[in-house]
Design a binder for this molecule. Sequence first.
Ligand code: OSB
Ligand code: MG
Length: 369
Amino acid sequence: MIIENVTLHHLRMPLRTPFETSFGRIDTRDCLLILVQSEGLTGYGECAADRDPGYSYETAQTAWHILSDFILPGLTGADVEDPADLQRRMSGVRGHLMAKAGLEMAIWDLMGKRQGRSLQSLLSGVRPRVDVGVSVGLQESPEALVGVVEGYLDQGYRRIKIKIKPGRDVQDAQAVRRAYPALRLQVDANSAYRLDNAASLLPLDELNLLLIEQPLAEDDLWDHSQLQCQFHTPICLDESILSVRHARQAIEMGACGVINIKAGRVGGLQEALLIHDLCQSRNVPVWCGGLLETGVGRAANLALASLPGFTLPGDISATERYYQQDITEEQFYLNEDSTIDVPQAPGLGVQVEPQALQRFTLRRETFSS
Ligand code: OSB
Ligand code: MG
């Protein structure tokens, strides 16, 4: 595929409701939308780096810098065979996995459109719809949290994740558990604890949670292995897993019992597939995490989550949970059985709506050879 030109859009989209985690509160979400033109087709990719370096060190601006100054100059005019070829061409750039993942997504979309195959088919996904849940941010009080959870249960979500941080953990989880004794419930700390204060989380082990996500620092597999010894509930790693190598080491160390796979975090769908395959061979359950993506990134998440090893519900919610107006013509809806349909049209299977794109674009530039 000859890459004729690449256009970057820095987007800022208002969230329907503010989203608060242990690393901060946001009411708008930034990302880069990447359009790759090749032989009469356009591939879309979404780079999930946000405005602030809270979840990851990457930001929309660092991704713009890495793509425009280091990756795109060698790419425009080139003949890129497939995502693996793209990854080889980007291998001289260390890190910046979200920037690379955004571009890789556009190459997958192009390849699917050229071959008339859905991303699901290219990835060997098997399910026509995938089990999903919703990730609920920190609220004012445990009572307010139970109210928000009730609202999502009324909409049909059958798995709830709540965000926790020191001082807002055991009581919040206990309140939700008391209100809903049989709910599929899990918690996510986004690295807010250290091994020496994580003992405060021990009462969580009595709440029959599906998992405890990323309690400790992202660069600390070893301490996660020490913490996992103290809990029956599986620890799930998110921020700590940036590659299939990290995934293998975490499993062999006993640092986790579950892995959250996000293609953006690990440099793209290709690496995500390797982690999926490894975990399947080691009997480690995985699920598809989210980064408040637009319809473009959500389409890719749905295709990925349709692989057989994704045995826990994903953080992939309906469009209306995130945005009043999305950039895709297609909206995603929750089915009555707490699933969302996987797009079936070629590539990602979504169309970007030009007016919506324009409305949310802060900055735009086209790069060609
Ligand atoms: O840790 O999973 C996370 C959102 C932004 C950054 C990190 C995380 C999240 C979520 C929301 O939990 C998942 C989603 O619904 O997209
Ligand atoms: Mg997480």
